[in-house]
Design a protein around this ligand. Sequence first.
Ligand code: ATP
Ligand code: MG
Length: 425
Amino acid sequence: MKDVVRIPPSEHGISEKQICKKARTILNALTKAGYEAYLVGGAVRDLLLNKQPKDFDIATNAHPEQIKQVIPSTRIIGRRFRLAHVHFGREYLEVATFRAPHDKSDKGQVSTDGRIIHDNVYGTVAEDAVRRDFTINALFYDLKTGDILDFVDGMKDIKARQLRLIGDPEIRYREDPVRMLRGIRFMGKLGFSLEPATEAPISELAGLLSKIAPARLFDETLKLFHSGQALVMLDLLRQYHLFACLFPLAEQSFADDETGQFDILVRVALSNTDKRIRAGKPVTPAFLFAVMLWYQVQQGTKYYRKEGNPDLQSVHLAASDTLGFQVKTIAIPRRFSNVTREIWAMQGRFQFKACRRSLKFLTNKRFRAAYDFMCLRARSGEPLEEDCKWWTLLQEVNEEEKLAMCNKEQGSPRRNRSGRRRRRK
Ligand code: ATP
Ligand code: MG
């Protein structure tokens, strides 16, 4: 193991004031009680890059019970990975005890394919550094001296703006394939590149993601696509053959759709999501899945219609097939997949413009999401531009004008699916 390099504040430029007060309170309390405690991981990395950290994680040699003794507002969580949450009211910071790499003792277990099963062996700060993923995520900030402790040449990689896995890349990806997704996420988020040895095994090992619990892949997928850089993430994931492991049906749709509409739909949607995130507006996972699976649902709907099912039922049957397949890789919680399904099922309602139905539709709590989706489809090239304009206007005008708009439609014959007028019987 390499010796530690101590980098003084004059060289790294992080000042105490940039560290949130709660983190400083914890660091001071633990060091005063005689323990080692450092700020670690994403927070140190982001501060070095002049970015606002998402969270301030702390690592210490105090065991969870000892942390609780020093700071009584601590709650110990997790059975396998025991972690301390130090509470400040409803907010909390995570304080983790230094862990050793899993091979340090037989308590850290590896499955036959190299994945870590248990990872709860306490260690020293140097050991804790090398069990982390990328060198830039393994820097420790010592509040007492202001120094950064670097065991893995992380500072060099920060300066070179590159992501380097600690240790042998193939072994580290096999231990935890999610590290491939984390690599892509940090590339997109920080604009860093992958150091060649870290990059080399990814495409070949991408398939190992099938071993990861779908619930964890749901979390990682949201981190990727709700990062404010979703478009960049999409291209990177596809480039490294990781996208197909998350969204097999969507990857197939890119290949199958000869019109190119699906590609435009996904791009416009992700670019909207990026804008919303950057403007601090809310986004929902339901929309992401509605977009990614739309081509497949359309194909399925066509099939069930041909089989003689009514329109709405056809959409629901196709939705069940598609979502049923998708949740095998990414576990979408029901509260989101139900909304995805509603967005799809409501697409048929935009053709009904007569007063009673359209004004009622406007008040539906999912109207906005379904409307956004319909206009997105219009932008991708589906023949819905007129509908998008009409429903946009309907929301903007006053009550009187609303009635006038739909009264005008009341007389006009309903169009069928292909957009042609229906012949009256
Ligand atoms: P973010 O800004 O997204 O929070 P982060 O680097 O802080 O980025 P976290 O998921 O919060 O990411 O993890 C905190 C730290 O834990 C990481 O910086 C890294 O040192 C370590 N870590 C997280 N996931 C892994 C992993 N799969 N393998 C090894 N170390 C990991
Ligand atoms: Mg973090």
